[in-house]
Design a protein around this ligand. Structure first.
Ligand code: PHE
Length: 358
């Protein structure tokens, strides 16, 4: 066999071997290794080329064409094998990373409002719907707003009943205290109204925290009240009773029978404690109402003329009613919660069971 035929045969063998091995390459790395092995500087094609130098010069271009054709054939085969493998690898990756979107998701727990906050929201909303404006006052109060202006002067026995938390103060300073009820908001709103040149009618609902130095099964040193009052010409006890009945029926979501029992508060005259027919036994008598059929829910009355006077409202022209209710107590009655302490222990099982997410 002539030199040139032997070179051609070598090239053909090389091409056959190469094309076969490209087909068997398992991944892109293997293919890259083959590219280097055949077409690289120290590759097989280069070593065949070394034989070209031994040929007579006239035959060199002929074999040169063969070499180039082989080179092109190998490069093209490598490129198409590479493209095929790239598609295959992508498909394998997609398969491996497959997400089953039909699987149900992990459930996440949403927070819920504290039952007291829910109660406050519900109560405030009922009054807002009736046209009462929402007001708030500070929890750190002074004696004027918490006591004096509410017709509870210094040395008045009612001060002792309030179990007040006082802050330390020097003699010149007005003593600061944690408000013992939401009634000081009455004073602040009426005073603001008068001082800014306004005048009644005023209809206000004031929700908030109050504090008393008292702790046992039915008392907590911090609890919540909602204060409601209205001042206008010709406001009467009948208005008070109507608003109370409407509110309590709306809150308990059923017709609620109420009764006003004469009582004493320094800031109202006349004053009444309000009872509702027991929501558990409908007035028949049970453990909750201690057999009486009635449960006390709030304090109320017609705003005392001295209170109107203290804020500069003429009690000859205007009158008003006011009441203050204990939020925890109403929430307990509505939901049959047996113990006040449940509200403050932050047992999430209780809170979640009571909870409404908002
Ligand atoms: N402030 C009274 C209390 O905390 C409740 C009340 C408010 C009574 C308004 C009458 C009028 O006990």
């Amino acid at each position: 066999m002539s030199e040139i035929d032997s070179l051609k045969a070598q090239l053909q063998d090389l091409q056959d071997k190469a094309l076969g091995s490209f087909k068997e390459a398992v991944d892109l790395n293997a293919l890259q290794a083959l590219r280097v092995a055949y077409l690289g500087k120290k590759g097989e094609l280069t070593s065949v080329l070394k034989g070209v130098g031994k040929l007579p010069p006239a035959e060199r271009p002929v074999i040169g064409q063969f070499v180039n054709a082989t080179k092109t054939a190998l490069a093209e085969a490598l490129d198409s094998a590479e493209a095929l493998l790239a598609v295959k690898e992508k498909q394998q990756r997609i398969e491996a990373e497959r997400i089953d979107i039909t699987l149900s998701g992990r459930s996440s727990q949403r927070g819920v409002l504290h039952p007291v906050q829910q109660g406050l929201n519900e109560m405030t909303a009922i009054f807002a719907q009736m046209g009462f404006e929402i007001a708030e006052g500070p929890e750190v109060e002074d004696e004027f707003h918490n006591f004096d202006a509410l017709n509870i002067p210094q040395e008045h026995p009612a001060r002792a009943m309030h179990d007040t938390f006082f802050f330390e103060a020097s003699d010149e300073q007005q003593a600061k205290l944690l408000r013992t009820h939401t009634s000081p908001v009455q004073i602040r709103t009426m005073k603001n109204c008068v001082e800014s040149g306004g005048e009644p009618p005023l209809a206000v609902v004031a929700p908030g925290r109050v504090y008393r130095c008292d702790y046992d099964v039915t008392h907590s040193p911090m609890f919540h009240q909602v204060e409601v009052f209205k001042v206008d010409k010709d406001v009467s006890l009948a208005h008070l009773k109507g608003v109370l009945k409407h509110f309590l029926s709306a809150y308990f979501e059923k017709d609620i029978e109420i009764r006003l029992r004469p009582h004493y508060f320094p800031f109202t005259e006349p004053s009444a404690e309000v009872d509702i027919a027991c929501v558990f036994c409908s007035g028949k008598g049970c453990r909750i109402c201690k057999g009486s059929g009635w449960v006390e829910v709030l304090g109320s009355g017609m705003i005392h003329p001295n209170v109107l006077k203290s804020v500069g409202i003429d009690s000859e022209i205007y009158s008003g009613f006011a009441f203050g209710l204990g939020v925890e107590r109403l929430v307990m009655l509505k939901h049959g919660i047996p113990d006040l302490r449940l509200f403050f222990e932050n047992d999430v099982r209780f809170l979640r069971r009571m909870g409404v997410s908002k």
